[in-house]
Design a binder for this molecule. Sequence first.
Ligand code: FES
Length: 126
Amino acid sequence: MTMSTQHLLCALDTIADGGACVVDAPLASGDTPVVLVRRGVRVWGYLNRCPHFSLRMDHRAGHINTYKGQVLMCAHHSALFRFEDGHCIEGPCAGATLTPVPVRVVGDAVHLTDQEPRPNTSLEGP
Ligand code: FES
């Protein structure tokens, strides 16, 4: 099912430039923790589920790390994921990808644009 209107997730400045945060998004399957990563005015969303052990990637609820403002880091075994496509470039699940959640920046806010996560079709290598 597709949403007819966008759903506000958070203000853009809730996410530090080069940082990440976790919000609950109203996906078709119910409220689901989603990681938002930001670079400048660009934001990408991913299910908060590491492809290594299918665990949440925050070390405590809502607190998630990035490394040098460039990659998202799973709290459990330090897998590193590119912001722009969720591709794991280093760690125990290297080559795997996060599941994208469609989001968009509108003005100074981040919105969910579809209730369904998308299959990650990125074919880019590390
Ligand atoms: S659960 Fe994320 S790296 Fe192991």
